[in-house]
Design a protein around this ligand. Structure first.
Ligand SMILES: *Cc1c(COP(=O)(O)O)cnc(C)c1O
Length: 222
């Protein structure tokens, strides 16, 4: 099936309140354009250099999301244009995003990346660490980041029970943080979870944003 057909199939299964991020990392501009021509406007990339290169060659009304691990010294390269950073996993990174956002006279939307999977290699804060960060005075003093929610990945396993449990925990944390830390801020509204192999479960467990690459563009060639 074509990229456009894949998009139609996926969109048919997604509830209206769930945003689709088309994860285009490692895929060439030409197939991103196919998705763009089919109406897709939100794309996710995981490497700064690759993102900056693609952005210059593709239409200016694309909403670019950053979903990969982000080094503090690269924040300045995406700060002028990035729409949402999903992968914030430290106060240090958050402060750098705030600083670069201020330089660009803007407020950058971010999500905290939460670690719930069993794999030790995955990035992210523990649920407890996320509460501490969001309640800290240092966080509250930042004026150029807008905390919009959390992002997480489930363990890469065929065991649906494990995956569902992890998504469930992310949803519980999302609700807790919304109530405890952002009771009067409607912008804390994004629960980014679900990839090609598990987004159906993620949606059932309350995801509001899925990040899908392979099911749209096919396998990546590294
Ligand atoms: C690559 C990536 C995805 C997309 O994965 P697929 O299995 O191709 O859908 C989603 N989220 C993150 C954080 C990724 O790095």
């Amino acid at each position: 099936m074509s990229v456009a057909q894949n998009l139609v199939c996926i969109k048919e299964t997604l509830p209206e309140n769930v945003t689709l991020v088309a994860v285009s990392k490692f895929h060439p501009e030409q197939v991103i354009r196919e998705a763009y021509d089919a109406g897709q406007r939100v794309f996710g990339e995981s490497r700064v250099q690759e993102l900056c290169r693609k952005r210059l060659q593709l239409p200016g009304d694309i909403h670019w999301h950053f979903i990969g691990s982000l080094q503090t010294n690269k924040v300045k390269d995406i700060a002028p244009f990035i729409e949402l950073i999903h992968s914030v996993d430290s106060l240090k990174l958050l402060k750098e995003i705030d600083k670069q956002a201020a330089k660009n006279n803007r407020v950058i939307n971010v999500l905290l990346e939460i670690h719930v999977a069993q794999e030790p290699t995955k990035h992210g804060l523990t649920p407890e660490e996320s509460v501490v960060l969001l309640k800290s005075e240092e966080f509250k003093s930042l004026r150029h980041v807008r905390m919009c929610g959390i992002m997480g990945m489930a363990t890469n396993t065929d065991d649906e029970t494990v995956v569902r449990q992890e998504f469930h925990r992310l949803h519980e944390l999302f609700v807790l943080l919304a109530n405890e830390c952002f009771p009067s801020e409607p912008s804390f509204s994004i629960l980014s979870m679900g990839m090609s192999h598990d987004y159906r479960l993620a949606v059932e467990e309350g995801s509001t944003m899925v990040r899908i690459g392979t099911d749209i563009f096919g396998e990546r060639e590294y």
